[in-house]
Design a protein around this ligand. Structure first.
Ligand code: ADP
Ligand code: MG
Length: 448
């Protein structure tokens, strides 16, 4: 193992493993989800002495389209069956009390005196969302919030976006409800409203991205929050990061998403990420001298690069080649998914990995090893590193019947070569943010 490796902190999952929920608005149809929501409700009652509403937003994995988001390009993520849940109930005062089960910590804020800057604490993600909601003109009320997630933290599966989106959705729902006086008639209306309230999912995603960019101080693109908001069971999402146009793409039900966590994160990741962004910008500056319509690498074709690429320094040329080729691969993979050609999707994933390794140079020994091991297992259509790189996870598309053998082989091989135990998460594409249970709709109205 190299010395710049640090093990990703991983928090054991406090609730079940595989959840798939079908109903977009009221995600309480699945008995497993309902059971977990009940446990969270009981915990909330012990902490705050009342009943909450519960919301959940998923983490995500990117199937293909890496380092294309900040180049105005295309990505193809799927929401995964790991969630951050937020239980929430209004308070009579202007306080926000936020408890994280994952950190066993509780913090308190005054809505009229929110901190101006981040504290470097997990609550920044929540406060960032609150501040953006306030900035957008939402009238927020005091609330108790209990946060509990089983998205591995800091593993590149976007626990941060799932926390932001779950909190944003919950607070929007809370702000929009129970404004009128608590009559019996009102209770009925409130129940009807549960099905009618339409939260603008794209607006929510943008707001959460702003929270992460401006308050938390992380330079993320829109992909994570977008798919956590818009995800659909059994579907991947093709997203144009420039226009935010998107299309759902079918993932066959007998194909599992196998996410393999290398459990390492090289400390150079952040610096290298910023450098890649700068190199892409250099490419755009030079190419746009010849091609004035070019605003981002998204606007450059393979032919353009062949014609003008020799003017770029070799490193910049290779960075551009990755991004331009990767955009093409995403669009090809989308077409392949639409015609059910998983073999073609798999080949494109392998090409993507090679390009990230050789041209963009963001892979590392552990990711390459994981990809090699997964590629050798039976029933694997394709595999690649996923996320920014320098550690984190790989993704493989695996035939459902081969999942157990896949897990065993990859785990054994990885442990043998590195001495480190990987985490492997098998999941399906999941629904985006929604309410899990409406356990206390009436109680709230009565208690006001
Ligand atoms: P990733 O999004 O890949 O998981 P990030 O570093 O972007 O990694 O976000 C992880 C951070 O998000 C955590 O360190 C924590 O601050 C916050 N977070 C995510 N889930 C929770 C949770 N359930 N409770 C409290 N904080 C959380
Ligand atoms: Mg994140």
């Amino acid at each position: 193992m190299r010395r710049d490796i640090k093990v990703v902190p991983f928090y054991r999952m406090p609730f079940g493993t595989l959840l798939t929920v079908t109903d977009h608005r009221m995600q309480n149809m699945n008995p497993a989800v309902e059971g977990q929501a009940q446990a969270l409700e009981q915990r909330f009652a012990r902490l705050f002495g009342e009943s909450p509403r519960i919301y959940q937003a998923p983490g995500r994995v990117n199937l293909i389209g890496e380092h294309t988001d900040y180049n105005d390009g295309f990505v193809m993520p799927a929401a995964i069956g790991f969630y951050t849940r937020v239980a929430v109930a209004p308070r009579p005062d202007r306080k926000l009390v936020i408890h994280s089960e994952n950190y066993s910590e509780q913090v308190e804020f005054d809505l009229d005196g929110l901190p101006a800057t981040r504290a470097g604490h997990w609550s920044d993600y929540v406060i960032g969302v609150v501040k953006m909601l306030v900035r957008s003109g939402k009238q927020l009320r005091g609330a108790n919030l209990l946060v509990d997630g089983n998205v591995p933290l800091g593993a590149g599966l976007s626990s941060s976006a799932s926390l932001e989106v779950a909190v944003g959705y919950a607070l929007l729902d809370l702000a929009d409800r129970a404004i009128e006086p608590p009559t019996l008639e009102r209770i009925k209306i409130d129940r009807i409203k549960i099905d009618r309230i339409k939260i603008d999912r794209t607006g929510l995603a943008l707001l959460c991205q702003q929270a992460e960019n401006e308050f938390v101080g992380a330079r993320c693109g829109i992909m994570d929050q977008f798919v956590s908001s818009h995800g659909k069971h059994g579907q991947a999402l093709l997203l144009d990061c420039r226009s935010l146009e998107y299309r759902q793409l079918p993932l066959p039900p007998d194909v599992a998403l196998a996410i393999c966590n290398t459990m390492v994160k090289h400390s150079i990741a952040k610096g290298e990420y910023n450098q890649r962004r700068a190199e892409c910008e250099t490419g755009v500056r030079t190419l746009s001298k010849h091609l004035p319509q070019v605003r981002a690498l998204r606007d450059v074709t393979v032919e353009d690069l062949e014609t003008y690429g020799q003017e770029l320094p070799d490193v910049v040329m290779r960075r551009c080649r990755h991004v331009i080729g990767e955009n093409d691969r995403v669009l090809q993979a989308a077409a392949a998914l639409e015609r059910g050609d998983l073999q073609a999707v798999g080949s494109l994933m392998l090409e993507s990995h090679r390009s990230l390794r050789d041209d963009f140079e963001v892979s590392c020994a552990e990711l390459d090893l994981m990809v090699e091991l997964a590629g050798r297992a039976e029933g694997v259509y394709g595999t690649r590193m996923t996320g920014g790189g320098f550690g984190g996870c790989t993704i493989a598309l695996v035939q459902s019947g081969c999942v157990e053998a896949f897990e065993r082989k990859v785990r054994e091989g990885y442990e043998r070569s590195t001495g480190c135990q990987p985490e492997i998460y098998i999941c399906a594409a999941a629904d985006g943010v929604g309410q899990v249970a409406a356990t206390s709709a009436e109680k709230w109205v009565r208690s006001e």
